[in-house]
Design a binder for this molecule. Structure first.
Ligand SMILES: [Zn+2]
Length: 421
């Protein structure tokens, strides 16, 4: 029974994604000839068409990627791939924990290998053709190796701990695994700015004094304690610009990509930052964190139940072995199969996230300037070749931010209005 359900969902998932991609390509192509009226003063027809072509190229790549992913998924499950790897490892290795760890490692490695040509294509073909790529092959290799070492260094203790509680506390492990997961997530958040990010980029304190004063004044206005302002050399990988916050509690720092600072004026940078501060002030980050934890607990409880059901294994092409723990198998199957059932929830998360984006925009408009945020957004859309005319259905599934047009219409309501404080 579950085999049929899985196959039906897998086919439906692929058809829906294909349908959305085709809709997106058609919609973008149809609006390629003309810059939407709201942007016609700021974005040239040439940039608009470049954004359309860029979006179409990327969408086409994702169609092929999805197809290959689904073939891999079928090969690993119903066609017996996972079973073959499991039996192979069982013959080689006596240690149960190591065997299960290697099983999960090989699944991640396979997924990574299948993804690799698509990543290379996106960076060295599409981004290169459109002039966004600044990454050399040498840097790509060093990034990949570092990412791999980091993934193994952080992932191994996490998986060992989870497999250990699964093997040793069969009745209560979902709760223990959840506690481990929460501790792990907070450790990563703490490690990220100090240890992880510096492995890949250089961070220097912001030197521009007038901008610094502006931002400090904004932070004060919003009663926000700041631990530092940093500039990151994002330009060594890509021309796309960005800014973000990292850190916990009182140790929050702001990081600007050098590419962002080179394009926006001080007023625009302040407005972008005010938007990010809006996320903090409205507690979006804490709420998202809590929601993620509740969802994680739900999934772990579900896995706790599924891992006890024989059909969960056999209907997905794996025969669990008696007299040894099958938790590695259960985890591998779960990682592989769950996304097939959850893609439908995309629009729900996108609605929640857009509500937050509008709130942050309103905050920025009140604390800083709606006009400056609009002009910053227009520059960023232009620079990142983000399409101004996404297909609404595609956007509802994939985009965490409202489409450009809606976002700017929303901001325009606050132009020339006095601030509330
Ligand atoms: Zn935002």
């Amino acid at each position: 029974m579950f085999t049929i359900l899985f196959v039906v969902f897998l086919i439906a998932d692929n058809l829906l994604r294909l349908f959305l991609s085709i809709k997106q390509i058609r919609h973008v192509a149809r609006h390629r000839k003309q810059v939407p009226a709201e942007f016609s003063h700021h974005i040239s027809l040439r940039s608009h068409q470049r954004a359309a072509d860029y979006t179409i190229q990327r969408t086409k790549t994702s169609i092929v990627e999805r197809l290959i992913d689904s073939i891999l998924l079928l090969a690993l499950t119903l066609l017996g791939g996972l079973q073959a790897i499991d039996l192979f490892l069982a013959r080689l290795i006596d240690n149960e924990l190591l065997r299960q760890l290697l099983l999960l490692g090989s699944i991640f490695a396979l997924g990574g290998l299948v993804q690799l040509p698509f990543t290379l294509w996106r960076i060295f073909k599409i981004d290169e053709d459109f002039g966004f790529n600044r990454m050399t092959l040498r840097l790509f290799i060093s990034d990949t190796v570092k990412g791999l070492i980091l993934g193994i260094a952080l992932g191994t203790p996490l998986l060992v701990a989870i497999l250990w509680v699964m093997d040793n506390a069969p009745a209560t492990w979902p709760i223990w695994a959840w506690v481990i997961w929460v501790v792990f997530s907070f450790s990563i958040m703490w490690l990220f700015p100090h240890v992880i990010a510096p492995l890949f980029n250089r961070f220097e304190p912001l030197k521009n004094d007038s901008l610094k004063k502006r931002i400090e004044a904004l932070a004060k206005r919003c009663q926000f304690t700041l631990d530092g302002l940093f500039v990151m050399d994002g330009s060594k990988r890509s021309a796309h610009g960005n800014a973000y916050f990292t850190g916990l509690g009182k140790h929050k720092r702001i990081v600007f990509f050098d590419t962002l600072l080179s394009r926006l004026n001080d007023e625009e940078v302040e407005a972008v930052l005010a938007h990010e501060l809006g996320h903090f002030k409205h507690r979006h980050i804490v709420k998202r964190l809590l929601l993620n934890m509740v969802v994680a607990l739900g999934f772990l409880l579900l896995l706790g139940w599924l891992s006890q059901q024989i059909w969960f294994y056999t209907d997905l092409g794996v025969i669990p072995q008696f007299g040894r723990p099958n938790n590695g198998l259960a985890l591998a199957l779960f990682f592989l199969v769950v996304p097939v059932f959850t893609f439908w929830l995309g629009p729900l998360f996108s609605i929640l996230s857009r509500k937050d984006e509008y709130e942050a925009d309103t905050f920025a408009a009140k604390q800083s300037s709606a006009t400056a945020l609009i002009s910053a957004l227009v520059k960023l859309y232009d620079d990142n070749a983000a399409t101004l005319t996404p297909d609404p259905a595609h956007s509802a599934f994939y985009d965490s931010h409202p489409p450009a047009l809606l976002r700017i219409q929303h901001l325009k309501k606050y132009v020339n209005k006095p601030t509330t404080n």
